[in-house]
Design a protein around this ligand. Structure first.
Ligand code: URA
Length: 427
């Protein structure tokens, strides 16, 4: 009897540590989305959830109510099976870019609806827009055409998918209620379930440059998200991966496209190749293709062909040269030794300050800004040798970028331990 529910009763119940009923959850999410419950009341509810949590049943009901606030994509008319991937975001994390075409080269459709970067982690759409002509706004009809053809699309998620989450997330962002497992899990999974793929692999990053700073918190988040996906009929798996140091050797929009092309040409840094192949195997296995030789599809150009098809289908020119930043400045080693720390957060903030990222949603980004790494974690260096190069269109940014980057570099006499790239797999 929804007319008897009031926002104050719902807030009080959660404040006092009681579970919310399905009816209360459905009512308040709908009322907030429609503007009938105000920001101040929903902010109080978010904080009560942050402090007192939600049980498994409440999280499921919360996620379903957010999905019901908008449309759900339907790919059942496609002749191909669909699969998707989501990353919680990291520094130099361009995995989706080679991954989508690689998986599509095996005849599986990959509809990736993505977002823009905010803060120190880059956004997939910002990276793709460094390609001349590339259009991330694609109609549903065109999306189906592309999926039936090249088989991979990376586009902006429309406002119709889980609009409740959009409003709730914006409020969480300004009320210190983002880092809360039930709210993160339901936020991500409502969008991904509404996005309509048959299966989903999650890349949950852990470390200094990630949302989740420790493995125990990441495990809790992953368990909740995998259960939510599987319960909703989306076969869901996850890898927990390291984000203490950046992925690959290039950070920034055009620079990460450059590195993507290296991977698709059969080369590129080992960590990016390893993760791309690991995620591709998971997606292909869930799509009924076990034992796919994904390394070969990178080496023999099949994945590159799909990339070029995707870029063309989305209005881009795969042969247009990528722009380069007009200003660069090197950072060199101040002693002999091994690179023992190259901190992801320090370099992510540095790249952002150089112009690669944005502080507010409406800010522009520089396509060419970012960092190239010459001496990655574990490399042996001599005093004066280049560790990295900063790139920007606005050289007055170098000094504030350096303030972030320099404390994130440690050179020591001892060679550091090998990085563990994949901490865990949850299937
Ligand atoms: N990304 C999301 O989409 N939602 C969250 O709550 C956190 C990260």
């Amino acid at each position: 009897m929804s007319q008897l529910i009031t926002a104050v009763d719902v807030i009080r119940a959660k404040r006092d540590g009681q579970p919310l009923s399905k009816e209360q959850i459905e009512w308040i999410i709908d009322a907030y989305t429609q503007g009938e419950v105000g920001d101040e009341q929903f902010a109080a509810l978010n904080m009560a959830i942050f402090l007192n949590g939600m049980d498994r049943r409440e999280i499921v009901d919360w996620t379903k109510a957010m999905i019901a606030s908008g449309i759900t994509m339907d790919f059942s008319g496609l002749s191909k099976v669909t699969t998707d991937k989501h990353s919680t975001g990291g520094v130099g994390d361009k995995i989706s870019l080679p991954l989508g075409p690689l998986v599509a080269s095996f005849g599986v459709a990959v509809p990736m609806l993505s977002g823009r970067g905010l803060g120190h982690t880059g956004g997939t759409l910002d990276k793709l827009e460094a390609i001349k002509g590339f259009n991330v706004d694609v109609s549903d009809k065109k999306m189906l055409e592309i999926l039936e053809g090249p088989g991979v699309i990376i586009a902006a998620a429309g406002g119709e998918l889980a609009p409740a989450d959009k409003k709730i997330y914006a409020l969480r962002d300004i009320t210190a209620t983002v880092d809360c497992v039930p709210l993160i899990a339901s936020s991500i999974m409502s969008k991904k379930i509404a996005a309509g793929a048959s299966s989903l692999v999650l890349d949950v990053k852990v470390g200094s440059g990630a949302f989740m700073k420790d493995l125990a918190a990441a495990r809790e988040l992953v368990g909740t998200m995998v259960d939510l996906g599987n319960d909703a009929g989306v076969t869901t798996r996850a890898l927990i991966t390291d984000m203490n140091t950046p992925l690959g050797l290039k950070i920034g929009n055009a620079l990460e496209i450059e590195e993507t092309l290296e991977i698709l040409a059969g080369g590129g840094p080992r960590d990016v190749v390893e993760l791309t192949c690991a995620f591709a195997r998971e997606m292909l296995e869930m799509s009924g293709i076990p034992d796919a030789d994904v390394e070969r599809a990178l080496a023999d150009g099949r994945a590159m062909d799909r990339w070029r098809d995707m870029v063309r289908a989305q209005g881009g020119d795969p042969d247009a040269p990528l722009h380069k930043a007009p200003h660069t400045q090197d950072v060199t080693a101040d002693r002999d030794g091994y690179v023992a720390q190259l901190d992801a957060l320090a370099l992510g903030v540095g790249s952002w300050r150089l112009g690669a990222g944005r502080a507010r949603k409406e800010d522009p980004v520089q396509a060419t800004a970012g960092i190239t790494i010459h001496a990655p974690l574990g490399a042996q260096v001599k005093k004066g040798q280049k560790i990295l190069t900063m790139h920007t269109e606005t050289p007055e940014r170098f000094s504030s970028a350096l303030e972030s980057i320099l404390p994130g570099i440690t050179i020591s006499a001892e060679k550091p331990a090998e990085r563990t790239l994949i901490h865990d797999r949850i299937a």
